[in-house]
Design a protein. Sequence first.
Length: 219
Amino acid sequence: MTDERLRHLRRAAADDPAARIALLTARLRAGDLPEDRLRLAAHLGDPAAREVLGAAPPATSSIGRWVHGLAPWSADDGWPAWAAEAYARAAAAAAAAVLPCLERDPEQAAAAGRAVAAMDAWLACPCDAHARAVVAAGTPFEHVPAGPAALFAGRARRFAAGALARMCGVPLLEGPARASATEAATSAARATSIDVVRAAIRDALVPWALLAAEPPRRP
């Protein structure tokens, strides 16, 4: 396929589902889009990716199993090059989804905003300084009082804090943070809802998964 045809499909893809399918097909054939990243987008629920692969919609599963399955390889079989960043981004998206739960506590809301911003900075530049900033930003969420269990607002804040704490521990880990991302998403779903967290992770990861091929990096 010519560069001109690819440019045309890119322009049309934003508004035309058929053009988006054609674009992904062309990129896959040209080697611009690795198949495993297309499979990641399909797992996340992207309809065009599923159509290109001929994949059925994923079976309904718990939010934890869904996040766990972002990279369906085990450490023994070898992780895909993008697995570490995918799980880090999933944890970040899950944590960001809980920010509305903390709006009634200005101090905690501000701390949560700083933690999410620090994580975003680390994802953009995964250096030691940014990693330390994320870990430091997670301190307020490590030991949050249980609060009145009978009140939904207290329960939501408690689980929101858990999601943020899990996210802020990711830069300390070696290898893909599968467990931390899974636990962050599970806590976030308890603070908000499964649908909210699924949408947040899908919206954050699908565009990233379908970026042009580039050298892998560790987040």
